[in-house]
Ligand binder design. Structure first.
Ligand code: ZN
Length: 378
């Protein structure tokens, strides 16, 4: 496998620096039948026949939960995505990974993967975080009150993985030192003291491997997620059960609301971590502690020093606008609403328009801000 990687080395020019890109050419692996933010069972079902797949449960509305198995190696890796139904980026990357592995079987010499691409198909269909019972599956690891939670736990118990990947999307509000958090990583805690045992250390070294490997591409856009311990979160529960578990959160990349560029970086993160697992070569724990912590510092639009009225009083200050994602005709529409007003000098906007010619407007939380954006030609 390492020989294969060496053959794939190609020289890229990025940020005026010359460096070696160790990844497979992305255009040759991208699953073009999946695109955009709205990914459901109906989107992945036509792809399943290319893989060894089975149905491992049904939701309360009788939608199937699919599992794909690939590889017969000795090291077992469990990966699940869309436990939150509206978080589809890591699912797209999983099918890119599967396409890559299908055409590069030598890569699986030491690996055996069990992949649940959409754990919460009802949430995916309705484009919502929770399942059809309005339960957040990532707060159900102890109670196992929902069928999706039990399906995942059964797969965890029966497959008995050596590593687990908990795959999510995060909102556009997260950033690191003024850059958007395109990826966030976390080796979840297994106790209240957030201590490091060999299991959590191994998960953190996986995160280190990704952080180090993606430095030349998005080094300043990788964050570390809050590691508060919550035993009802699945990652914390699996880490507590002694299986190194890594959380990957796909986030914002400039001008990429469909998250196709982010999807590419998630694919590279999969490649880096699976390569590390297959060859037992991980970066040091010290790199994990170098990953900066995520901060909630971004708005989709930040209007600086503008005039507005709030509750009838005229004001001048900054106004932050945030997109709401709305399912319309089987795709996702982005509708801006007012989110915050005042001194937002410590925050950033993914877009910060010139507002010199903007007239005063009324600020009201939850109100559509599209008229203001129209005025600014946005
Ligand atoms: Zn999530």
């Amino acid at each position: 496998m390492l020989v294969y990687f060496c053959n794939l080395y190609s020289v890229y020019i990025c940020k005026r620096e010359l460096y070696m890109n160790p990844f497979p050419p992305y255009s040759s692996v991208v699953e073009s039948k999946l695109a955009g933010r709205y990914i459901t069972n109906a989107h992945i079902e036509p792809l399943l026949s290319d893989f060894n797949h089975s149905i491992i449960g049904h939701t309360i509305t009788n939608l199937p939960i699919y599992r794909i198995r690939i590889g017969t190696g000795s090291t077992k890796v469990l990966m699940w995505s869309q436990m939150h139904g509206n978080e589809s980026t890591t699912t797209k990357s999983l099918f890119d990974l599967l396409r890559f592995l299908n055409t590069n079987p030598d890569w699986l010499e030491n690996l055996q993967l069990s992949i649940i691409p959409i754990l919460n198909p009802d949430g995916a269909k309705a484009y919502m975080r929770v399942n059809a019972n309005q339960v957040d599956l990532n707060r159900d690891a102890i109670d196992l009150s929902q069928v999706e939670s039990r399906v995942l736990r059964d797969e965890f118990d029966q497959f008995s993985p050596d590593y687990a990947f908990n795959l999510h999307d995060q909102r556009t509000i997260f950033g690191i030192n003024g850059n958007p958090a395109t990826l966030s990583l976390l080796a979840p805690a297994f106790d209240q003291n957030r201590s490091y045992n060999p299991c959590r250390t191994q998960a953190a070294r996986l995160a280190s491997t990704i952080f180090k490997g993606l430095q030349p591409l998005i080094g300043s856009q990788i964050g570390r997620f809050d590691d508060s311990f919550n035993p009802n979160c699945v990652g914390d529960a699996f880490q507590s059960a002694g299986v190194p578990t890594l959380l990957i959160e796909a986030g914002h990349y400039p001008d990429d609301y469909n998250r196709e560029k982010t999807r590419e970086y998630v694919f590279y993160a999969y490649i880096l971590s699976l390569q590390a697992i297959a060859t037992s070569s991980f970066s040091d724990l010290s790199f994990y502690h170098l990953i900066p912590e995520n901060q909630k510092i971004f708005f989709d639009f930040l209007l600086r020093n503008v005039s507005f009225t709030e509750n009838g009083s005229q004001q001048r200050g900054d106004v932050g606008l945030q997109y709401q994602e709305v399912l319309q005709n089987d795709s996702i529409a982005f509708q801006a609403v007012f989110a915050a007003a005042g001194d937002l000098s410590h925050c950033h906007g993914h877009i910060e328009p010139n507002c010199e010619k903007l007239n005063s407007f009324e600020f009201k939380i939850e109100e559509s801000a599209q008229n203001v954006l129209n005025t600014l030609n946005l």
